[in-house]
Write a protein that binds this ligand. Sequence first.
Ligand SMILES: [Zn+2]
Length: 337
Amino acid sequence: MKRLPRPIKSDLKSRRFVWDEERAIRWPYYKILREFSTLKQFYPEIDPYAEVYRMRDNVYACFSESLDGAGDVWSFVIDGPGKAMVIDTGFGIGDFKGLVKKLVGDKPLIVVNTHSHYDHAYGNCQFERCYCSEAEVARMEKKNNPHIWDYLFDENGNCRFTEFDRNDLVKWREYEIVGVEDGHIFDLGDGYEVELVMLPGHSPGQSGYYDHHNHIIFTGDTGGICDAVPGEPYPENCTVEALRDALKKLEPRMDEIEAVFPGHGMLDQTGETLRYLLHAAEAILEDPERYDEMTERFSPSTGETKKIMMKYIYQGSAIRYNRHNVYKKDQIKGAEA
Ligand SMILES: [Zn+2]
């Protein structure tokens, strides 16, 4: 099935020509935000691949188009009293670091990743050091190399999914990866705390970052469950069950969370959506065959087509899963095989 959504008016230097997964729920949000909102800031002389939206006094959301056919992606900047935090670094196209400096000046930066995927972590090498969950370090290390962008081009060097200037990819450079435990507190100065909250399933160490001051949780790609890679640590985390357990742990604090900012799609979702996510995860664990939709999906990185089941989330999108990544025991068995 070929999808051709009407393009949203854009001055970005990138031009998408493949859409694998943008859903109808996201398009109108992007349309209104990107074409009509007064929150938008654009600095093409610094980074022509990113739009900035000031969502709170000290919180910026940076939008960039996906380079590999998947969902357009958000990175975030929290301008703290003493330090600024960068949550995810995009594909590594354009001068994202320069853009961050434009927003927060010369403040020291704490760079963190929700997880290691292309669209969230390939800009890491613009920075000296990046933090993530200790359960994501192994995957992050694998991607600390100059070939991470090769899959975006065909054998003739042409872009496979989105038109962009190859010379605008950042220069690759090794950087330090630091894993921290669930609940780790980052201090942005004067007691401004941001907490790593493990929300696994999409990857072994996929995590949210909870801004205690604004009561916003930045959740990354929570909800799309992806199989563990054979041989890697924490295969049990790549399951609906692990996501359910993490949300159960967070449940007593859900009332204090005012807003959810995911890595794709609608920002400023109500904290209630975490509860709806938990309900969907519990329903899947009760009976994985009671999915709401079944679809086939091609993965450009592995070249495989897989059957994906979806359980819709009230006021949200869906938990995507397959028959092998619902229960921890199945992923542990799969990792041994
Ligand atoms: Zn992801």
